[in-house]
Design a protein. Structure first.
Length: 300
């Protein structure tokens, strides 16, 4: 072997030795035990120090070597993947449009840009409620009742108006069992208590049951018109004839009408006040007549 050939052989062996040494510093492929890629001291059956990708037929699992772990579905197109440890220590689930929308769980909750559950800058301390530090809006697209139900039955329900389908009503119902309920927003803003429907929607408040209050103030016009000079006061004889025939005072509804239609407090108060004022005028007139008769008797 010539000197030149010997030098070439030594150089080749040296290069191979250095290559093996360098390769062995980052990858470990033992016959048995842990396999290391990018690490010479693997602690698991397969340990990769750096970015990697695994999968087949388009279904992939890859790690970018920084902070993201991504699962990709074969037919995802531009979406259909999940990213673990997104920005701000979050879990992001995406079903279209990559990560411009999707579902992010962690420091904030966000579901798709097209409408969903978003609580920007909010904090959820308990599983039983949501909390936000700003004004928030919740949108329901269903035209049916939306119900919050407890363990023993319905507690709170509401129905929203769907402009797209033109159906539904803007209503809210609060339950206390099946019999005690409050319906708000019925028939254009009416409030129903103890009932679900009303025969006459003219009543803004419709209650099926008794009402108790410390004080009720009713706006009414009064009956001062009785004291006007041109007011025609009916003679008592005419009133007597009407009462004998109809069994109620003129201008006052019958008992049957009151039971069927109810009584307007303001209207009835005005009618009763009118009768009291008419009676007062009759008493004043009678007092004058009595005084006149007394004078006539004294003259005799």
């Amino acid at each position: 072997m010539t000197t030149i050939a010997l030098k070439k052989t030594i150089a080749t062996v040296a290069i191979l030795a250095m290559t093996k040494f360098a390769f062995s510093q980052t990858n470990v492929f033992p016959a048995s035990g842990n396999v290391g890629i990018g690490t010479a001291n693997p602690q698991y059956p397969l340990e990769v120090n750096g970015a990697f990708m695994a999968g087949s037929n388009g279904n992939k699992f890859f790690y970018n070597g920084a902070a993201d772990v991504i699962f990709q579905y074969a037919g995802r197109g531009s979406g259909g993947r999940a990213m673990v440890h997104g920005p701000g220590n979050t879990l992001a689930l995406n079903f279209g449009g990559d990560f411009s929308g999707g579902l992010i769980l962690g420091n904030e909750v966000f579901v798709s840009n097209d409408g969903g559950l978003r609580i920007p800058d909010g904090k959820a301390f308990k599983a039983s409620y949501f909390e936000t530090n700003d004004y928030s809006t919740m949108t329901f697209m269903s035209r049916a009742w939306q119900t919050v139900q407890g363990a023993n039955g319905k507690a709170f329900s509401f129905m929203t108006h769907n402009n797209q389908g033109g159906g539904g009503q803007e209503m809210m119902s609060i339950y206390y069992g099946e019999s005690g309920k409050i319906v708000m927003g019925h028939n254009g803003g009416n409030v129903l208590i103890g009932k679900e429907s009303q025969s006459n929607p003219a009543y803004k408040l419709d209650i099926n049951g008794k009402v108790r209050a410390n004080e009720i103030v009713v706006n009414t016009s009064g009956a001062d018109f009785v004291f006007e000079p041109n007011y025609q006061l009916k003679p008592l004889s005419e009133i007597e004839s009407f009462v004998r025939q109809h069994k109620h005072l003129p201008g006052i509804s019958t008992a049957a009408e009151m039971q069927k239609e109810g009584v307007g407090i303001s209207e009835l108060q005005t009618q009763l006040l009118q009768k009291v004022e008419e009676l007062t005028l009759h008493l004043i007139r009678q007092e004058k007549e009595i005084k006149q008769l007394k004078k006539q008797l004294k003259k005799k």
